[in-house]
Ligand binder design. Structure first.
Ligand SMILES: Cc1cc2nc3c(=O)[nH]c(=O)nc-3n(C[C@H](O)[C@H](O)[C@H](O)COP(=O)(O)OP(=O)(O)OC[C@H]3O[C@@H](n4cnc5c(N)ncnc54)[C@H](O)[C@@H]3O)c2cc1C
Length: 412
């Protein structure tokens, strides 16, 4: 950065970003790269280590290109060119080759990488900018909006802290305190079933599984992802639904994980698979009524949450961060009026509703369909799409989120 740019940044109030998750850190990075001073506050003592998102779609990789984030991810992630639609009873239904998108994107694949391996990359890139600051162990507690700025209250180990910024980005996750502080409703619902995540070193590849596979089953579908973990050969992660008849304790027991693997591969009950990790969580379909309230903007899970089928959650949060970072920088530098921030709301909220919610719900319904005729019709449809290159490309443009970006950009 040049001395002139640095001087320009130092004359501005910082944008305060709440949450050092992937969306908050990326939004801060987008702002910092555009000479906007940023202050990120995070309630935890460092970037978190939870096993959550893990698959990145082509347009997301394109957006992560600047600052070398995508390159750093590619060094440790797994490039997944093929993914599969499978059925527990009928086996492989269709295999999808993302290389058919090679003229649509420079990244014609999914990248598998644990979310907690992305956040340190983003943090390092962000802190390379002298006008970027991250305060860990600072929990947002409230804010007051003024005509030309925002006052933020945070709680640190040494007591309450007052912070002064030009705008606030709430990237503080599904339970967002920022969203609550401006009384934005979070419309939608919570699914009755919880989702279990099981990671194992048991290798599904010799059984014909691609690195990413969705297995339909009227009783218990499973989504498979091979994840890099600490290095080759990595781990297999399975996500599957669990009903209310099982307690969290039962779902987190090794016997549950082993039974799930046995069921997936049709093996007897006795195998002793190595289980590396298990978790269980609740899943919601919710979208904030608005993504902007004056000088407060919402992005990522604080603005929308959905089931993980299709891998849209973090990906769409990243799309928010990049869209917002660009617009907010233009407003902060006085190059555009703040009406541009309403365009952020219209573009990203529309896509969250029309695309992320609709398709993630449809994906779930397809995987758990109980009616044999509807199941068969879906298999026939997928086989027909897979047999036709034009239909395959059209299908993958939507499932890879390329169409969602085109849709958002078409909104003016
Ligand atoms: C099991 C699981 C699997 C998933 N798989 C996928 C997938 O395959 N693909 C996909 O795209 N998405 C997936 N998701 C969704 C994805 O993980 C989320 O969309 C993603 O974490 C959202 O990022 P975020 O930065 O918006 O929020 P978060 O990652 O939740 O980060 C929010 C941050 O804000 C901090 N914070 C919270 N409150 C405060 C406060 N008061 N003050 C300061 N800081 C605060 C938190 O500590 C956290 O660091 C999955 C989610 C789960 C649970």
């Amino acid at each position: 950065m040049s001395a002139t740019q640095n001087q320009a940044a130092s004359q501005l109030l910082p944008v305060i970003v709440v949450g050092a998750g992937p969306v908050g850190l990326l939004c801060a990075l987008e702002l910092a790269r555009r000479d906007v001073p940023v202050l990120v506050i995070e309630s935890e003592a460092g970037t978190t280590l939870d096993l959550r998102a893990g698959t990145f779609h082509p347009p997301t990789m394109e957006m992560l290109g600047p600052d070398g984030v995508a390159d750093a991810m590619m060094q440790v992630g797994i490039k997944v060119r093929h993914w599969q639609s499978r059925d527990r009873e009928h086996g492989l239904i269709a295999q999808w080759d993302l290389d058919v998108l090679r003229n649509d994107t420079p990244y014609p694949f999914r990248l598998h990488l644990e979310q907690h391996r992305l956040t340190p990359i983003l943090l390092e890139k962000l802190l390379a900018y002298p006008h970027a600051q991250v305060l860990f162990s600072h929990a947002f507690t409230g804010l007051t909006q003024r005509a030309d700025s925002v006052q933020v209250q945070a709680l640190s180990a040494s007591g309450e802290v007052q912070l002064h910024g030009s705008y606030v980005v709430g990237a503080d996750g599904g339970k967002s305190a920022v969203r609550k502080s401006v009384a934005i409703e979070f419309d939608g619902y919570t699914w009755p079933e919880r989702y279990s995540v099981v990671s194992t070193t048991f290798d599904f590849e010799p059984l014909g599984y691609a690195d990413n596979a969705y297995v339909s089953d009227p009783e218990q579908w499973i989504a498979f992802f091979r994840m890099p973990d600490k290095g080759p050969p990595g781990l297999w992660r399975m996500t599957l639904p669990v009903g209310p008849e099982l307690s969290d304790e039962e779902v987190l027991a090794p016997a549950f994980a082993r039974q799930a693997i046995n069921r997936a591969i049709g093996a007897p009950e006795s195998n002793n698979y190595p289980i590396v990790h298990q978790s269980v969580y609740r899943v919601h379909q919710r979208v904030a009524k608005q993504f902007r309230a004056g000088r407060v903007l919402l992005a990522g899970d604080s603005a929308h949450v959905n089931n993980p089928l299709g891998g849209f959650g973090l990906n769409s949060g990243i799309h928010d961060a990049v869209n917002l970072g660009d617009k907010l920088a233009r407003v902060v530098h006085g190059r555009d009026s703040d009406a541009l921030l309403d365009l952020y709301d219209r573009q990203r909220r529309t896509v969250a509703m029309e695309y992320v919610q609709t398709i993630s719900i449809k994906n779930k319904e397809n995987l758990e369909e109980k009616d044999p005729l509807k199941r068969q019709a879906r298999f026939d449809e997928m086989r027909a799409i897979a047999a036709d290159p034009d239909k395959t490309r059209a299908y993958l443009l939507t499932s890879s989120m390329i169409n969602s970006i085109k849709r958002a950009n078409a909104i003016t």
